[in-house]
Design a protein around this ligand. Structure first.
Ligand code: 9MR
Ligand code: 9MR
Length: 581
Protein backbone atom coordinates (compact mmCIF):
# COMPACT_ATOMS: atom_id res chain seq x y z
CA UNK A 1 0.00 0.00 0.00
CA UNK A 2 2.69 2.39 1.06
CA UNK A 3 4.60 1.62 -2.12
CA UNK A 4 1.57 2.37 -4.26
CA UNK A 5 1.01 5.63 -2.42
CA UNK A 6 4.65 6.49 -2.94
CA UNK A 7 4.33 5.91 -6.66
CA UNK A 8 1.12 7.93 -6.80
CA UNK A 9 2.96 10.74 -5.02
CA UNK A 10 5.86 10.50 -7.49
CA UNK A 11 3.42 10.59 -10.37
CA UNK A 12 1.84 13.68 -8.92
CA UNK A 13 5.23 15.33 -8.63
CA UNK A 14 6.23 14.51 -12.16
CA UNK A 15 3.03 15.84 -13.74
CA UNK A 16 4.03 19.18 -12.25
CA UNK A 17 7.11 19.12 -14.47
CA UNK A 18 4.96 18.78 -17.57
CA UNK A 19 3.65 21.95 -19.20
CA UNK A 20 0.32 22.90 -17.71
CA UNK A 21 -2.68 23.10 -20.00
CA UNK A 22 -2.67 26.87 -19.49
CA UNK A 23 0.65 27.22 -21.28
CA UNK A 24 -0.65 25.95 -24.57
CA UNK A 25 -3.86 27.90 -24.74
CA UNK A 26 -4.23 30.04 -27.88
CA UNK A 27 -4.58 33.82 -27.81
CA UNK A 28 -8.25 34.67 -28.22
CA UNK A 29 -9.50 38.04 -29.45
CA UNK A 30 -12.73 37.91 -27.48
CA UNK A 31 -10.92 39.12 -24.36
CA UNK A 32 -10.61 42.89 -24.72
CA UNK A 33 -8.20 44.68 -22.45
CA UNK A 34 -5.52 47.31 -22.19
CA UNK A 35 -2.68 45.60 -24.06
CA UNK A 36 -0.03 47.80 -22.53
CA UNK A 37 -0.52 47.80 -18.79
CA UNK A 38 -1.81 48.97 -15.43
CA UNK A 39 -0.43 50.67 -12.33
CA UNK A 40 -0.37 48.23 -9.38
CA UNK A 41 -3.07 50.09 -7.45
CA UNK A 42 -5.22 50.87 -10.47
CA UNK A 43 -8.59 49.18 -10.98
CA UNK A 44 -7.99 46.48 -13.63
CA UNK A 45 -10.78 45.31 -15.85
CA UNK A 46 -11.16 43.32 -19.03
CA UNK A 47 -14.22 42.58 -21.09
CA UNK A 48 -15.15 39.25 -22.71
CA UNK A 49 -17.51 39.51 -25.61
CA UNK A 50 -19.91 36.79 -26.68
CA UNK A 51 -19.87 35.53 -23.12
CA UNK A 52 -22.61 32.95 -22.68
CA UNK A 53 -22.70 32.10 -19.01
CA UNK A 54 -20.62 32.89 -15.99
CA UNK A 55 -17.29 31.14 -15.78
CA UNK A 56 -13.96 31.44 -14.02
CA UNK A 57 -10.95 33.38 -15.13
CA UNK A 58 -7.33 33.18 -14.08
CA UNK A 59 -4.40 35.55 -14.25
CA UNK A 60 -1.37 33.85 -15.75
CA UNK A 61 2.11 35.02 -14.82
CA UNK A 62 3.80 35.00 -18.18
CA UNK A 63 7.40 34.87 -16.99
CA UNK A 64 7.02 32.48 -14.07
CA UNK A 65 4.47 30.38 -15.95
CA UNK A 66 1.94 29.95 -13.24
CA UNK A 67 -1.55 30.97 -12.23
CA UNK A 68 -1.41 33.82 -9.72
CA UNK A 69 -5.03 34.93 -9.34
CA UNK A 70 -8.50 33.53 -9.87
CA UNK A 71 -11.91 35.12 -10.16
CA UNK A 72 -15.29 34.90 -11.77
CA UNK A 73 -16.47 36.42 -15.03
CA UNK A 74 -19.55 38.46 -14.28
CA UNK A 75 -22.21 38.72 -16.96
CA UNK A 76 -23.38 42.32 -17.32
CA UNK A 77 -26.66 43.52 -18.77
CA UNK A 78 -25.08 46.03 -21.15
CA UNK A 79 -24.63 44.70 -24.69
CA UNK A 80 -22.20 45.94 -27.31
CA UNK A 81 -23.53 48.14 -30.14
CA UNK A 82 -23.57 45.02 -32.31
CA UNK A 83 -25.70 43.26 -29.71
CA UNK A 84 -23.06 40.93 -28.26
CA UNK A 85 -23.34 39.86 -24.65
CA UNK A 86 -20.54 40.88 -22.36
CA UNK A 87 -18.77 39.48 -19.34
CA UNK A 88 -16.68 41.61 -17.02
CA UNK A 89 -13.37 40.43 -15.62
CA UNK A 90 -12.17 42.36 -12.60
CA UNK A 91 -8.72 41.68 -11.18
CA UNK A 92 -8.24 45.00 -9.40
CA UNK A 93 -7.25 43.14 -6.25
CA UNK A 94 -4.29 41.60 -8.00
CA UNK A 95 -1.49 44.12 -7.51
CA UNK A 96 1.80 42.29 -8.15
CA UNK A 97 4.20 43.58 -10.77
CA UNK A 98 5.07 41.57 -13.84
CA UNK A 99 3.78 40.50 -17.21
CA UNK A 100 0.47 38.69 -17.34
CA UNK A 101 -2.37 37.32 -19.41
CA UNK A 102 -6.02 36.68 -18.60
CA UNK A 103 -6.99 33.04 -19.08
CA UNK A 104 -10.45 31.68 -19.77
CA UNK A 105 -10.01 27.97 -18.92
CA UNK A 106 -10.60 25.72 -21.88
CA UNK A 107 -10.87 28.72 -24.22
CA UNK A 108 -7.73 30.76 -24.41
CA UNK A 109 -5.55 33.61 -23.27
CA UNK A 110 -5.70 37.34 -23.72
CA UNK A 111 -2.94 39.49 -25.14
CA UNK A 112 -0.16 40.26 -22.67
CA UNK A 113 -0.15 43.26 -20.37
CA UNK A 114 2.11 44.64 -17.67
CA UNK A 115 1.49 45.66 -14.12
CA UNK A 116 4.13 48.02 -12.79
CA UNK A 117 4.87 51.45 -11.44
CA UNK A 118 5.47 54.08 -14.14
CA UNK A 119 3.74 51.72 -16.54
CA UNK A 120 2.90 54.56 -18.93
CA UNK A 121 6.34 56.15 -18.92
CA UNK A 122 7.47 54.92 -22.36
CA UNK A 123 4.03 55.52 -23.80
CA UNK A 124 4.03 59.08 -22.48
CA UNK A 125 7.44 59.76 -23.99
CA UNK A 126 6.50 58.23 -27.34
CA UNK A 127 3.29 60.27 -27.53
CA UNK A 128 5.43 63.44 -27.46
CA UNK A 129 8.35 62.08 -29.45
CA UNK A 130 5.80 61.55 -32.22
CA UNK A 131 5.86 65.33 -32.80
CA UNK A 132 9.60 65.21 -33.43
CA UNK A 133 8.95 62.75 -36.27
CA UNK A 134 6.32 65.12 -37.70
CA UNK A 135 8.82 68.00 -37.99
CA UNK A 136 8.91 69.76 -41.33
CA UNK A 137 12.03 71.45 -42.76
CA UNK A 138 14.58 69.17 -41.13
CA UNK A 139 16.21 65.83 -41.53
CA UNK A 140 15.67 63.27 -38.81
CA UNK A 141 19.06 61.83 -37.99
CA UNK A 142 19.86 58.36 -36.73
CA UNK A 143 20.78 59.23 -33.10
CA UNK A 144 17.28 60.67 -32.60
CA UNK A 145 15.18 58.90 -35.20
CA UNK A 146 16.73 55.42 -35.19
CA UNK A 147 15.43 53.32 -38.08
CA UNK A 148 13.03 56.15 -38.95
CA UNK A 149 15.85 58.58 -39.82
CA UNK A 150 15.07 60.45 -43.04
CA UNK A 151 16.34 63.30 -45.22
CA UNK A 152 14.90 66.80 -44.84
CA UNK A 153 11.77 67.80 -46.73
CA UNK A 154 9.59 70.87 -47.11
CA UNK A 155 12.08 73.71 -46.51
CA UNK A 156 9.09 76.07 -46.83
CA UNK A 157 11.39 79.03 -47.46
CA UNK A 158 9.75 79.77 -50.84
CA UNK A 159 6.06 79.73 -50.06
CA UNK A 160 3.78 81.77 -52.34
CA UNK A 161 1.00 84.03 -51.19
CA UNK A 162 -2.17 82.57 -52.72
CA UNK A 163 -4.64 84.81 -54.52
CA UNK A 164 -7.10 84.37 -51.62
CA UNK A 165 -4.56 85.91 -49.24
CA UNK A 166 -3.22 88.72 -51.42
CA UNK A 167 -2.89 92.20 -49.93
CA UNK A 168 -1.48 95.40 -51.33
CA UNK A 169 1.88 94.91 -49.63
CA UNK A 170 1.96 91.16 -50.23
CA UNK A 171 0.31 90.61 -53.61
CA UNK A 172 -0.43 87.17 -55.03
CA UNK A 173 2.80 85.29 -55.70
CA UNK A 174 4.85 87.12 -53.07
CA UNK A 175 7.45 84.66 -51.76
CA UNK A 176 7.46 84.24 -47.99
CA UNK A 177 9.57 82.02 -45.76
CA UNK A 178 7.61 80.00 -43.18
CA UNK A 179 9.73 76.97 -42.30
CA UNK A 180 9.51 74.44 -39.43
CA UNK A 181 6.26 73.35 -37.80
CA UNK A 182 4.73 69.88 -37.65
CA UNK A 183 3.01 68.08 -40.49
CA UNK A 184 -0.67 68.11 -39.60
CA UNK A 185 -1.40 64.43 -39.88
CA UNK A 186 -0.98 61.75 -42.52
CA UNK A 187 -0.62 64.67 -44.94
CA UNK A 188 2.23 67.18 -45.08
CA UNK A 189 0.29 70.43 -44.88
CA UNK A 190 0.36 72.85 -41.95
CA UNK A 191 -2.92 74.32 -40.71
CA UNK A 192 -3.15 77.07 -38.09
CA UNK A 193 -6.54 76.04 -36.70
CA UNK A 194 -5.45 72.48 -36.02
CA UNK A 195 -2.10 73.64 -34.70
CA UNK A 196 -4.08 75.85 -32.35
CA UNK A 197 -5.82 73.17 -30.30
CA UNK A 198 -2.74 70.97 -30.48
CA UNK A 199 -0.49 73.65 -29.02
CA UNK A 200 -3.08 74.72 -26.46
CA UNK A 201 -3.40 71.17 -25.20
CA UNK A 202 0.36 70.58 -25.02
CA UNK A 203 1.10 73.96 -23.38
CA UNK A 204 -1.62 73.22 -20.80
CA UNK A 205 -0.08 69.83 -20.15
CA UNK A 206 3.16 71.60 -19.32
CA UNK A 207 1.43 74.26 -17.20
CA UNK A 208 -0.43 71.59 -15.23
CA UNK A 209 2.67 69.46 -14.49
CA UNK A 210 5.79 71.65 -14.79
CA UNK A 211 7.88 69.67 -12.28
CA UNK A 212 7.24 66.35 -14.00
CA UNK A 213 8.64 67.77 -17.24
CA UNK A 214 11.91 68.85 -15.63
CA UNK A 215 13.17 65.29 -15.93
CA UNK A 216 11.57 63.93 -19.06
CA UNK A 217 14.04 63.13 -21.85
CA UNK A 218 12.57 62.87 -25.33
CA UNK A 219 15.99 62.23 -26.90
CA UNK A 220 15.61 65.04 -29.43
CA UNK A 221 18.46 67.22 -30.74
CA UNK A 222 17.68 69.92 -28.15
CA UNK A 223 17.60 67.53 -25.17
CA UNK A 224 20.80 68.86 -23.64
CA UNK A 225 19.73 72.53 -23.49
CA UNK A 226 18.06 74.14 -20.49
CA UNK A 227 14.49 74.04 -21.75
CA UNK A 228 12.34 71.06 -20.81
CA UNK A 229 12.15 68.84 -23.92
CA UNK A 230 8.42 69.28 -24.35
CA UNK A 231 8.97 73.04 -24.68
CA UNK A 232 11.74 72.49 -27.23
CA UNK A 233 9.37 70.39 -29.27
CA UNK A 234 6.53 72.91 -28.96
CA UNK A 235 8.91 75.68 -30.04
CA UNK A 236 9.46 73.93 -33.36
CA UNK A 237 5.82 74.61 -34.17
CA UNK A 238 5.67 78.03 -32.48
CA UNK A 239 8.42 79.30 -34.78
CA UNK A 240 6.40 78.24 -37.78
CA UNK A 241 3.21 79.76 -36.43
CA UNK A 242 4.96 83.12 -35.92
CA UNK A 243 5.88 83.17 -39.60
CA UNK A 244 2.19 82.67 -40.49
CA UNK A 245 1.38 86.16 -39.26
CA UNK A 246 1.52 88.98 -41.79
CA UNK A 247 3.78 91.44 -39.94
CA UNK A 248 2.11 94.35 -41.72
CA UNK A 249 -1.43 93.95 -40.43
CA UNK A 250 -1.30 91.16 -37.82
CA UNK A 251 -3.59 88.85 -39.82
CA UNK A 252 -2.79 85.14 -39.79
CA UNK A 253 -2.90 82.86 -42.81
CA UNK A 254 -5.29 79.95 -42.42
CA UNK A 255 -2.88 77.37 -43.79
CA UNK A 256 0.37 76.59 -45.57
CA UNK A 257 -0.46 73.96 -48.15
CA UNK A 258 -0.11 72.44 -51.57
CA UNK A 259 -3.25 72.84 -53.68
CA UNK A 260 -3.86 69.07 -53.76
CA UNK A 261 -2.76 66.37 -51.32
CA UNK A 262 0.65 64.99 -52.28
CA UNK A 263 1.11 61.29 -53.12
CA UNK A 264 2.08 58.74 -50.48
CA UNK A 265 5.78 59.63 -50.71
CA UNK A 266 8.51 60.67 -48.27
CA UNK A 267 8.89 64.41 -47.49
CA UNK A 268 11.97 64.90 -49.65
CA UNK A 269 10.01 63.66 -52.68
CA UNK A 270 6.99 65.86 -52.03
CA UNK A 271 7.98 69.00 -53.88
CA UNK A 272 4.78 70.62 -55.11
CA UNK A 273 4.57 74.39 -54.64
CA UNK A 274 3.18 75.42 -51.23
CA UNK A 275 0.94 78.43 -50.67
CA UNK A 276 -0.18 80.72 -47.87
CA UNK A 277 -3.96 80.62 -48.13
CA UNK A 278 -6.52 83.17 -46.85
CA UNK A 279 -6.34 85.18 -43.64
CA UNK A 280 -9.14 83.87 -41.45
CA UNK A 281 -10.62 85.10 -38.16
CA UNK A 282 -10.38 81.56 -36.76
CA UNK A 283 -6.67 81.45 -37.52
CA UNK A 284 -6.08 84.87 -35.94
CA UNK A 285 -7.93 83.94 -32.73
CA UNK A 286 -6.40 80.48 -32.33
CA UNK A 287 -3.01 82.03 -33.02
CA UNK A 288 -3.65 84.76 -30.43
CA UNK A 289 -4.60 82.17 -27.81
CA UNK A 290 -1.53 80.02 -28.45
CA UNK A 291 0.89 82.95 -28.50
CA UNK A 292 -0.58 84.42 -25.31
CA UNK A 293 -0.26 81.11 -23.49
CA UNK A 294 3.22 80.52 -24.90
CA UNK A 295 4.25 83.95 -23.73
CA UNK A 296 3.64 83.14 -20.06
CA UNK A 297 5.02 79.59 -20.35
CA UNK A 298 8.31 80.68 -21.94
CA UNK A 299 8.67 83.82 -19.77
CA UNK A 300 10.68 81.88 -17.20
CA UNK A 301 13.03 80.38 -19.76
CA UNK A 302 13.44 82.76 -22.70
CA UNK A 303 11.97 86.15 -21.75
CA UNK A 304 12.88 87.77 -25.10
CA UNK A 305 10.87 85.15 -26.98
CA UNK A 306 8.01 85.57 -24.53
CA UNK A 307 7.76 89.25 -25.48
CA UNK A 308 7.68 88.42 -29.17
CA UNK A 309 4.86 85.91 -28.57
CA UNK A 310 2.81 88.41 -26.60
CA UNK A 311 3.15 91.15 -29.22
CA UNK A 312 2.14 88.66 -31.91
CA UNK A 313 -0.90 87.60 -29.86
CA UNK A 314 -2.07 91.17 -29.30
CA UNK A 315 -1.64 92.05 -32.96
CA UNK A 316 -3.64 89.00 -34.04
CA UNK A 317 -6.41 89.85 -31.55
CA UNK A 318 -6.56 93.41 -32.90
CA UNK A 319 -6.76 92.09 -36.47
CA UNK A 320 -9.61 89.76 -35.49
CA UNK A 321 -11.47 92.68 -33.90
CA UNK A 322 -11.20 94.55 -37.22
CA UNK A 323 -12.06 91.43 -39.26
CA UNK A 324 -14.51 89.39 -37.18
CA UNK A 325 -16.22 87.56 -40.04
CA UNK A 326 -13.48 86.18 -42.23
CA UNK A 327 -14.74 82.60 -42.22
CA UNK A 328 -12.80 80.00 -44.15
CA UNK A 329 -15.15 78.61 -46.81
CA UNK A 330 -13.04 76.61 -49.20
CA UNK A 331 -15.66 75.92 -51.86
CA UNK A 332 -16.62 79.56 -52.05
CA UNK A 333 -13.01 80.69 -52.21
CA UNK A 334 -12.42 78.18 -55.00
CA UNK A 335 -15.12 79.89 -57.05
CA UNK A 336 -13.19 83.14 -56.89
CA UNK A 337 -9.51 82.38 -56.52
CA UNK A 338 -7.16 80.20 -58.57
CA UNK A 339 -5.50 77.78 -58.25
CA UNK A 340 -8.30 75.97 -56.44
CA UNK A 341 -7.32 74.43 -53.11
CA UNK A 342 -8.49 70.93 -52.12
CA UNK A 343 -6.62 70.14 -48.91
CA UNK A 344 -7.94 70.14 -45.32
CA UNK A 345 -10.40 72.97 -44.76
CA UNK A 346 -10.74 73.23 -40.99
CA UNK A 347 -13.55 75.59 -41.88
CA UNK A 348 -15.27 76.54 -38.66
CA UNK A 349 -18.31 78.77 -39.19
CA UNK A 350 -18.99 79.55 -35.52
CA UNK A 351 -16.25 81.48 -33.75
CA UNK A 352 -17.84 82.36 -30.39
CA UNK A 353 -15.65 79.76 -28.70
CA UNK A 354 -12.49 80.96 -30.47
CA UNK A 355 -13.12 84.45 -29.04
CA UNK A 356 -13.51 82.92 -25.58
CA UNK A 357 -10.28 80.98 -25.85
CA UNK A 358 -8.23 83.92 -27.13
CA UNK A 359 -9.68 86.34 -24.57
CA UNK A 360 -9.03 83.86 -21.73
CA UNK A 361 -5.39 83.29 -22.59
CA UNK A 362 -4.74 87.01 -23.18
CA UNK A 363 -6.43 87.90 -19.91
CA UNK A 364 -4.42 85.37 -17.92
CA UNK A 365 -1.12 86.50 -19.44
CA UNK A 366 -1.68 90.27 -19.39
CA UNK A 367 -4.27 90.73 -16.57
CA UNK A 368 -5.69 93.40 -18.87
CA UNK A 369 -9.36 93.88 -18.02
CA UNK A 370 -10.16 94.57 -21.65
CA UNK A 371 -10.01 90.80 -22.17
CA UNK A 372 -12.13 90.09 -19.12
CA UNK A 373 -14.74 92.46 -20.56
CA UNK A 374 -14.74 90.32 -23.72
CA UNK A 375 -15.29 87.23 -21.60
CA UNK A 376 -17.67 88.05 -18.85
CA UNK A 377 -20.92 87.52 -20.77
CA UNK A 378 -19.77 84.44 -22.64
CA UNK A 379 -21.40 81.03 -22.72
CA UNK A 380 -20.01 78.92 -19.88
CA UNK A 381 -21.62 75.63 -20.88
CA UNK A 382 -19.24 72.70 -20.97
CA UNK A 383 -18.04 71.71 -24.42
CA UNK A 384 -15.45 69.02 -24.91
CA UNK A 385 -12.49 70.50 -26.81
CA UNK A 386 -12.12 69.63 -30.48
CA UNK A 387 -10.56 71.64 -33.31
CA UNK A 388 -13.74 73.72 -33.94
CA UNK A 389 -14.74 73.84 -30.24
CA UNK A 390 -12.11 75.53 -28.11
CA UNK A 391 -13.86 77.54 -25.38
CA UNK A 392 -12.82 75.06 -22.71
CA UNK A 393 -9.16 75.30 -23.61
CA UNK A 394 -9.56 78.84 -22.29
CA UNK A 395 -11.76 77.86 -19.36
CA UNK A 396 -9.39 75.11 -18.21
CA UNK A 397 -6.66 77.77 -18.26
CA UNK A 398 -8.77 80.23 -16.25
CA UNK A 399 -9.44 77.56 -13.62
CA UNK A 400 -5.73 76.73 -13.54
CA UNK A 401 -4.72 80.36 -13.01
CA UNK A 402 -7.71 81.58 -10.98
CA UNK A 403 -5.52 82.16 -7.95
CA UNK A 404 -3.58 84.93 -9.73
CA UNK A 405 -6.61 86.62 -11.28
CA UNK A 406 -7.90 89.07 -8.67
CA UNK A 407 -10.68 90.46 -10.79
CA UNK A 408 -12.22 87.13 -11.70
CA UNK A 409 -15.53 87.04 -9.77
CA UNK A 410 -15.84 84.02 -7.52
CA UNK A 411 -19.40 83.28 -8.69
CA UNK A 412 -18.42 83.32 -12.34
CA UNK A 413 -15.53 80.96 -11.67
CA UNK A 414 -17.71 78.62 -9.66
CA UNK A 415 -20.14 78.30 -12.58
CA UNK A 416 -17.22 77.03 -14.65
CA UNK A 417 -16.24 74.51 -11.98
CA UNK A 418 -19.81 73.31 -11.55
CA UNK A 419 -20.22 72.85 -15.30
CA UNK A 420 -16.94 70.95 -15.47
CA UNK A 421 -17.83 68.65 -12.58
CA UNK A 422 -21.38 68.06 -13.83
CA UNK A 423 -20.03 66.90 -17.15
CA UNK A 424 -17.36 64.71 -15.50
CA UNK A 425 -20.03 63.05 -13.31
CA UNK A 426 -22.14 62.50 -16.41
CA UNK A 427 -19.19 60.73 -18.06
CA UNK A 428 -18.75 58.47 -15.04
CA UNK A 429 -22.43 57.60 -15.19
CA UNK A 430 -22.33 56.89 -18.91
CA UNK A 431 -19.24 54.69 -18.60
CA UNK A 432 -21.25 52.38 -16.35
CA UNK A 433 -23.90 52.02 -19.03
CA UNK A 434 -21.54 50.94 -21.80
CA UNK A 435 -20.30 47.40 -22.36
CA UNK A 436 -16.66 48.51 -22.57
CA UNK A 437 -16.94 50.64 -19.42
CA UNK A 438 -16.09 53.99 -20.95
CA UNK A 439 -18.43 56.85 -21.88
CA UNK A 440 -18.50 56.38 -25.66
CA UNK A 441 -20.93 53.90 -27.14
CA UNK A 442 -24.32 54.69 -25.66
CA UNK A 443 -25.17 56.18 -29.03
CA UNK A 444 -23.78 55.34 -32.46
CA UNK A 445 -23.19 59.06 -32.92
CA UNK A 446 -20.42 58.88 -30.33
CA UNK A 447 -18.15 57.57 -33.06
CA UNK A 448 -16.91 59.77 -35.87
CA UNK A 449 -13.80 61.04 -37.62
CA UNK A 450 -11.06 61.23 -34.99
CA UNK A 451 -13.31 59.74 -32.30
CA UNK A 452 -10.31 58.42 -30.43
CA UNK A 453 -9.40 62.01 -29.61
CA UNK A 454 -12.84 62.38 -28.03
CA UNK A 455 -11.97 59.48 -25.71
CA UNK A 456 -8.67 61.16 -24.87
CA UNK A 457 -10.26 64.57 -24.31
CA UNK A 458 -12.82 62.98 -21.99
CA UNK A 459 -9.82 61.63 -20.09
CA UNK A 460 -8.45 65.16 -19.71
CA UNK A 461 -11.79 66.46 -18.42
CA UNK A 462 -11.90 63.62 -15.88
CA UNK A 463 -8.39 64.46 -14.70
CA UNK A 464 -9.36 68.11 -14.18
CA UNK A 465 -12.32 66.88 -12.15
CA UNK A 466 -9.94 64.69 -10.16
CA UNK A 467 -7.56 67.59 -9.53
CA UNK A 468 -10.43 69.85 -8.45
CA UNK A 469 -12.06 67.37 -6.04
CA UNK A 470 -9.48 64.72 -5.21
CA UNK A 471 -12.18 62.09 -5.86
CA UNK A 472 -10.47 58.87 -7.02
CA UNK A 473 -13.40 57.90 -9.22
CA UNK A 474 -12.45 60.58 -11.73
CA UNK A 475 -8.89 59.33 -12.06
CA UNK A 476 -10.15 55.76 -12.33
CA UNK A 477 -12.45 56.72 -15.16
CA UNK A 478 -9.69 58.63 -16.94
CA UNK A 479 -7.70 55.41 -16.83
CA UNK A 480 -10.71 53.56 -18.24
CA UNK A 481 -10.60 55.88 -21.23
CA UNK A 482 -6.94 55.00 -21.71
CA UNK A 483 -7.82 51.29 -21.36
CA UNK A 484 -10.30 51.85 -24.17
CA UNK A 485 -7.65 53.36 -26.44
CA UNK A 486 -5.20 50.58 -25.64
CA UNK A 487 -7.49 47.67 -26.44
CA UNK A 488 -10.62 47.44 -24.30
CA UNK A 489 -12.85 48.32 -27.21
CA UNK A 490 -15.05 46.82 -29.92
CA UNK A 491 -12.19 46.33 -32.39
CA UNK A 492 -9.67 44.65 -30.12
CA UNK A 493 -6.94 46.96 -31.39
CA UNK A 494 -4.69 49.06 -29.27
CA UNK A 495 -5.04 52.25 -31.31
CA UNK A 496 -1.49 53.42 -30.61
CA UNK A 497 1.26 52.45 -33.04
CA UNK A 498 3.91 50.29 -31.39
CA UNK A 499 2.16 49.90 -28.01
CA UNK A 500 0.28 46.64 -27.61
CA UNK A 501 0.12 43.25 -29.34
CA UNK A 502 -2.42 44.19 -31.99
CA UNK A 503 -1.73 47.72 -33.14
CA UNK A 504 -2.14 49.74 -36.36
CA UNK A 505 0.49 48.51 -38.82
CA UNK A 506 -0.76 50.45 -41.86
CA UNK A 507 -1.79 53.91 -40.64
CA UNK A 508 -2.82 56.59 -43.15
CA UNK A 509 0.46 58.38 -42.58
CA UNK A 510 2.70 59.26 -45.49
CA UNK A 511 5.78 58.62 -43.35
CA UNK A 512 4.52 55.06 -42.84
CA UNK A 513 2.96 54.30 -46.22
CA UNK A 514 6.10 55.44 -48.04
CA UNK A 515 8.25 53.05 -45.97
CA UNK A 516 6.23 49.81 -45.81
CA UNK A 517 9.51 47.99 -45.11
CA UNK A 518 9.59 49.57 -41.64
CA UNK A 519 7.18 49.22 -38.72
CA UNK A 520 5.15 52.41 -38.28
CA UNK A 521 6.72 55.09 -36.08
CA UNK A 522 5.59 54.37 -32.50
CA UNK A 523 3.47 56.62 -30.32
CA UNK A 524 0.80 57.75 -32.77
CA UNK A 525 -2.91 57.51 -31.94
CA UNK A 526 -5.04 56.70 -35.00
CA UNK A 527 -8.46 58.30 -35.54
CA UNK A 528 -10.45 55.16 -34.68
CA UNK A 529 -13.90 53.75 -35.46
CA UNK A 530 -15.88 55.97 -37.81
CA UNK A 531 -19.10 54.67 -39.37
CA UNK A 532 -18.97 57.57 -41.85
CA UNK A 533 -16.34 55.56 -43.79
CA UNK A 534 -15.75 58.66 -45.96
CA UNK A 535 -12.67 57.04 -47.53
CA UNK A 536 -14.66 54.24 -49.21
CA UNK A 537 -12.15 51.63 -48.08
CA UNK A 538 -13.19 48.06 -47.27
CA UNK A 539 -14.26 47.90 -43.62
CA UNK A 540 -14.77 44.62 -41.74
CA UNK A 541 -17.94 45.97 -40.10
CA UNK A 542 -20.51 48.74 -40.45
CA UNK A 543 -21.34 48.81 -36.75
CA UNK A 544 -20.33 52.23 -35.40
CA UNK A 545 -17.81 51.12 -32.77
CA UNK A 546 -16.31 48.42 -35.03
CA UNK A 547 -16.02 50.64 -38.08
CA UNK A 548 -12.26 50.63 -38.24
CA UNK A 549 -9.78 49.20 -40.71
CA UNK A 550 -6.00 49.01 -40.39
CA UNK A 551 -5.31 49.97 -43.98
CA UNK A 552 -3.17 52.77 -45.48
CA UNK A 553 -6.21 53.66 -47.52
CA UNK A 554 -8.36 54.54 -44.53
CA UNK A 555 -7.97 58.23 -43.73
CA UNK A 556 -11.40 58.23 -42.09
CA UNK A 557 -10.49 55.64 -39.42
CA UNK A 558 -6.74 55.03 -39.54
CA UNK A 559 -5.08 58.41 -40.02
CA UNK A 560 -2.88 59.98 -37.37
CA UNK A 561 -3.06 63.69 -36.51
CA UNK A 562 -1.33 66.20 -34.22
CA UNK A 563 -4.63 67.27 -32.63
CA UNK A 564 -5.45 63.66 -31.75
CA UNK A 565 -2.03 62.89 -30.31
CA UNK A 566 -2.13 65.96 -28.06
CA UNK A 567 -4.96 64.82 -25.73
CA UNK A 568 -3.47 61.34 -25.80
CA UNK A 569 -0.12 62.81 -24.76
CA UNK A 570 -1.90 64.82 -22.08
CA UNK A 571 -3.63 61.73 -20.69
CA UNK A 572 -0.58 59.47 -20.56
CA UNK A 573 1.81 62.12 -19.25
CA UNK A 574 -0.68 63.45 -16.69
CA UNK A 575 -1.29 59.93 -15.36
CA UNK A 576 2.45 59.40 -15.03
CA UNK A 577 2.83 62.75 -13.28
CA UNK A 578 -0.07 62.04 -10.91
CA UNK A 579 1.18 58.56 -10.13
CA UNK A 580 4.65 59.89 -9.36
CA UNK A 581 3.24 61.78 -6.41
O1 9MR B 1 -4.15 62.02 -47.29
C1 9MR B 1 -5.28 62.85 -47.12
C2 9MR B 1 -5.65 62.91 -45.65
O2 9MR B 1 -4.63 63.54 -44.92
C3 9MR B 1 -6.97 63.63 -45.45
O3 9MR B 1 -7.41 63.51 -44.13
C4 9MR B 1 -8.02 63.07 -46.38
C5 9MR B 1 -9.35 63.82 -46.28
O4 9MR B 1 -9.21 65.14 -46.57
O5 9MR B 1 -7.59 63.09 -47.71
C6 9MR B 1 -6.42 62.32 -47.93
O6 9MR B 1 -6.07 62.43 -49.26
C7 9MR B 1 -6.81 61.67 -50.16
C8 9MR B 1 -7.72 62.57 -50.96
O7 9MR B 1 -8.66 63.22 -50.17
C9 9MR B 1 -8.41 61.79 -52.06
N1 9MR B 1 -7.43 61.11 -52.88
C10 9MR B 1 -6.59 60.18 -52.14
C11 9MR B 1 -5.82 60.94 -51.09
C12 9MR B 1 -4.88 60.02 -50.34
O8 9MR B 1 -5.51 58.89 -49.85
O1 9MR C 1 -10.10 66.08 -38.14
C1 9MR C 1 -10.83 66.54 -39.25
C2 9MR C 1 -12.24 66.04 -39.18
O2 9MR C 1 -12.89 66.60 -38.06
C3 9MR C 1 -12.99 66.38 -40.44
O3 9MR C 1 -14.25 65.77 -40.41
C4 9MR C 1 -12.20 65.88 -41.65
C5 9MR C 1 -12.86 66.21 -42.97
O4 9MR C 1 -12.88 67.57 -43.19
O5 9MR C 1 -10.91 66.44 -41.64
C6 9MR C 1 -10.15 66.09 -40.53
O6 9MR C 1 -8.92 66.71 -40.61
C7 9MR C 1 -8.01 66.27 -41.60
C8 9MR C 1 -7.56 67.51 -42.34
O7 9MR C 1 -8.65 68.05 -43.07
C9 9MR C 1 -6.39 67.24 -43.27
N1 9MR C 1 -5.31 66.60 -42.56
C10 9MR C 1 -5.72 65.37 -41.93
C11 9MR C 1 -6.81 65.63 -40.92
C12 9MR C 1 -7.18 64.36 -40.16
O8 9MR C 1 -7.84 63.44 -40.95
Amino acid sequence: MKVILFYLWLLGLSTCQFPRVEQNLPIIESIRLNQWGFYPDQPKRAVVIDEQGSSDFMIWDHLNERVVFRGEVVLVKEKTLSGKSVGLIDFSNFTSSGEFQVILPGKGKSHKFKIEKKVNQDLAIASLKAYYFQRASTSISEPYGGIWARPAGHPDDQVEVHASAASQERPEGTVVSAPYGWYDAGDYNKYIVNSGITMGTLLSLFEDFPTYFQNQNLKIPESSNLLPDILDEIKWNLDWMLAMQDPLDGGVYHKLTTVKFEGMVMPEEAKAQRFLVFKSTAAALDFAAVMAQASRVYRDFTPEDALVYLKAAEKAWAWAKRNPDQYYQQDELNNTFKPEVFTGAYGDQNLTDEWIWAASELYITTHNLRYWEALKKSDQAFKLPAWPTVSWLGYYSLIRHAGQLNHLPEEWLSVLKINLLDEARELVKMANQVAYKMPMGIKERDFGWGGNSVAANQGILLLYAYQLTGEEIFKTNAQDNLDYLLGRNATGYSFVTGFGSRTPMNPHHRLAAARPDLPPIPGFLVGGPNPGQQDDCDYPSDVADESYVDDYCSYASNEIAINWNAPFAYLTNALEALNEK
